[in-house]
Design a protein around this ligand. Structure first.
Ligand SMILES: [Zn+2]
Length: 86
């Protein structure tokens, strides 16, 4: 079965950078009601900001939420290895 995508035009709520991103149609068919929340990582739409986009089940953008800090950027500052205590 082929994955079908819907192109959604997403705009960074902080700086206005915009890009069309492909969202699989299956995401919409799984949802019967409510809205879809997608976290947009840095570098996908905007090179500087992480944000969350809310879509309705028809694939229309209904809102954005900004993210001050993403967990993945916190872990980058953690030491990669834990000292083992023997
Ligand atoms: Zn931005």
């Amino acid at each position: 079965m082929q994955l079908q995508y819907k192109l959604i035009k997403v705009v960074c709520p902080r700086c206005g950078a915009e890009k069309e991103v492909p969202v699989p149609n299956s995401l919409f068919s799984q949802k019967k009601t409510g809205h879809i929340k997608i976290r947009v990582p840095k570098g996908v739409v905007c090179q500087e900001h992480v944000f969350i986009v809310f879509l309705n089940i028809n694939g229309k953008v209904i809102g954005y939420e900004t993210v001050d800090l993403s967990v993945s950027s916190i872990t980058e500052f953690e030491p990669p290895e834990k000292k083992s205590v023997d």
